[in-house]
Design a protein around this ligand. Structure first.
Ligand SMILES: [Mg+2]
Length: 263
């Protein structure tokens, strides 16, 4: 990490999921809660086996799959037991809503940057209300001057539109190099921001979450470990070294607090 206080950034733009929101941690907690709820309503399966089975299904069907408990029950019991299903979904959602957490040091660091007079904003591909809800759930809405979502430009990163809109709102179109973009995705965040003339900071900690959780849940066999890696890759392009090398972020951080040294 380059430590250079002469950067004089006027603004810092953030991606949301896996940059501010510790999405992987929430997901694991929510899955644990779902499994516990099914077990307390009659699922006869050891916790660890159920968790392994669930994550194996995420590997097959994608980590964002919304019907994972249906698939799980169909696979494990041969039918969807609605008592188990609804209890799992309710327990999962409760965790999702109540225990969304920012990464360690996020609030302090955002407050510090604001105190230094740096403008802060979000550029996310998430739907507008979902993005705001996530920020509100973490108690972070107060730190940001604006939030750009998919609703604003109808274009996803790395398309130029959301980055251009952010520069316009900041009135920094002429000096994009005074803007730092922080995100976990080399292909979407780093590539798009660089093309817009901004400087880039890769939130490497955000790319590790899935890997860690997938490995922890599935480490029972080599085949599963490979599936876990595939899952991690499919969610974030971390392992795509070609992409990383081509893009070369200006900064790389392994924790949110490191931002205070860069900005
Ligand atoms: Mg992200």
């Amino acid at each position: 990490v380059k430590n250079n206080s002469k950067n004089a950034f006027k603004a810092v733009l953030f991606d949301l999921d896996n940059t501010l929101v510790d999405f992987a941690r929430m997901k694991e907690r929510a899955c644990d809660a779902g499994i516990r709820a099914m077990r307390s309503h009659g699922l006869r399966m050891p916790f660890a086996s159920a968790k392994r089975a669930l994550f194996r299904l995420y590997c097959e069907h994608g980590i964002e799959n919304k019907n994972i408990f249906q698939i799980f029950l169909a696979r494990e019991l041969g039918r969807v037991d609605y008592k188990l299903l609804s209890n799992a979904i309710v327990a999962y959602r409760k965790q999702e809503n109540d225990f969304l957490e920012p990464y360690a040091g996020t609030r302090e660091t955002l407050a510090l940057l604001r105190k230094r007079g740096v403008a802060l904003a979000i550029v996310t591909d998430a739907p507008r209300l979902r993005a705001w809800n996530r920020l509100a759930a973490m108690g972070l809405t107060r730190y940001f001057d604006f939030v750009i979502t998919i609703a604003d430009t109808k274009r996803r990163k790395p398309h130029a539109a959301p980055f251009a809109l952010a520069l316009k709102k900041l009135s920094l179109e002429k000096t994009p190099e005074r803007v730092l973009f922080v995100g976990d995705s080399p292909g979407r965040d780093m590539a798009g921001a660089k093309r817009a003339g901004m400087r880039t900071c890769l939130a490497r900690y955000g790319m590790r979450g899935w890997r860690t959780i997938a490995w922890r849940s599935l480490k029972s066999s080599f085949v599963e470990a490979r599936a876990a890696s595939k899952l991690a890759r499919s969610h974030s392009d971390f392992a795509n070294l070609a992409v990383r090398k081509r893009i070369r972020p200006d900064f790389v951080i392994d924790g949110f607090r490191e931002l205070a040294k860069i900005v």
